[in-house]
Design a protein around this ligand. Structure first.
Ligand code: FMN
Length: 383
């Protein structure tokens, strides 16, 4: 830690710390907390007091996107993750949204169905996870027995697909009752919706496979169902056109055409925002030849949130170039509950080791100090 890092007021050189409206959601600043699964829920997926503390500590983010939240028992791919389909889950989340709102924060819920990225132990009646096609992911899941290889999925029958849309609609309604400011449809990181979109994971020959329009169909049906619940400007969507996470998933054979088509279709709905993971999630910002993420982003009519391996300098410069409306930070929010102030005033950031990411109760979860106490401690230790 060096003293020169302290108290540089970055507000004078960027508007990242100024308010913005994403659709109908008013944010106090353009720093967004990215969705972060933390594995601190119970078996029933019901939020508890620890989770309330965690979210309220981070309420100075312009917007909190909740950790990915299972829309149904079938949608679940990891133990200790939250849900949003039962009354108890709604009541648990309501305490979190109330707490965040009482601290003048805003919070949307990320709606999640993992598709093939699950294990039979997590599925109702020990059944196989569902996917567009019976293609196994090359990755791990987490059950109460620890880290395990994902199970072989089965292809959804065409007459089961309306029920998938219904799961999203029901979850969207539950999220509304839980007091969220909106929802984010998780169509990233190669979970169910992106599995349908990519030709690497979708080998169907019915109206949900083959052409780009067919592969995008489920996402668009879900967006329609969820926007019918929430209305204009309260639904965002997260996409990750070039990530291979999770499940070591190959990219689509034509990223620009496939995602370009989808994004243009999304313009029919008045979404709050489009949110991209720009690169390989948590790993790299490099872009393969032939892909232009800025060009894809510019097909979208509404607000845009950029994410992935940002630091303050990248955020300031991409904002200054008009490439992003807001920036989502993931890992920095784990260890810096007051990330907005730290970025604004040039205060050094704390770094969380990977061991703190999932599980472990309050340790590495709610025990990261805010800058004030951090400063006091550090000045005391110097004297
Ligand atoms: C512990 C952890 C949990 C994550 N959970 C989610 C999640 O629930 N939903 C999601 O879309 N992305 C999730 N991600 C990805 C992050 O939202 C983000 O895209 C990634 O960390 C890159 O941003 P960063 O460089 O600012 O951390 C997770 C990442 C980490 C490290």
């Amino acid at each position: 830690m060096t003293d020169k890092n302290f108290m540089v007021d970055n507000s004078t050189r960027t508007d990242l710390f100024s308010p913005i409206k994403l659709g109908e959601i008013e944010l106090a600043n353009r720093i967004v907390m990215a969705p972060l699964t933390r594995g601190r829920m119970n078996e029933e997926g019901v939020p508890n007091d620890l989770n309330i503390t965690y979210y309220i500590q981070r309420a100075s983010a312009g917007l909190i996107i909740s950790e990915a939240t299972n829309i149904s028992a079938q949608g679940r791919g990891y133990a200790k993750t939250p849900g949003i389909w039962t009354e108890d889950q709604i009541a648990g989340w309501k305490k979190i949204t109330d707490a965040v709102h009482s601290a003048s924060g805003k919070i949307v819920m990320q709606l999640w169905h993992v598709g093939r990225c699950s294990h039979v132990d997590l599925q109702p009646n020990g059944e196989a996870p569902v996917a567009p096609s019976a293609i196994k992911a090359d990755g791990n899941s987490y059950t109460n027995n620890g880290i395990v290889e994902v199970s072989m999925p089965r292809a959804l029958k065409i007459d089961e697909i309306p029920n998938i849309v219904e799961q999203y609609r029901h979850a969207a309604e539950c999220a509304k009752r839980a007091g969220f400011d909106g929802v984010e449809i998780h169509s990233a990181n190669n979970y169910l919706l992106e599995q349908f979109l990519r030709d690497s994971t979708n080998h169907r020959t019915d109206q949900y496979g083959g052409s780009i329009a067919n592969r995008a169909r489920l996402i668009l049906e879900v967006v329609e169902a969820v926007t019918n619940v929430w209305g204009d400007g309260r639904v965002g969507i997260r996409l990750s056109p070039i990530t291979t996470e999770v499940g070591n998933t190959p990219l689509d054979s034509n990223v620009m055409e496939t995602y370009g088509y989808l994004i243009q279709q999304l313009n029919k709905f008045k979404l709050a925002y489009l949110h991209f993971v720009e690169g390989i999630t948590g790993k790299s910002r490099s872009v393969p030849e032939g892909v232009d993420l800025n060009a894809l982003r510019s097909l979208f009519d509404g607000a845009y949130i950029g994410n992935n391996n940002y630091d303050l300098e990248i955020a300031i410069s991409r904002r200054a170039e008009g490439k992003v409306d807001a920036v989502a930070f993931g890992r920095p929010f784990i260890s810096n509950p007051d990330l907005v102030d730290r970025l604004r005033y040039g205060i050094e950031l704390a770094h969380a080791s990977i061991e703190t990411h999932y599980g472990n109760g309050e340790k590495g979860y709610i025990d990261w100090p805010k800058a004030n106490s951090f400063h006091i401690e550090s000045s005391c230790s110097k004297s």
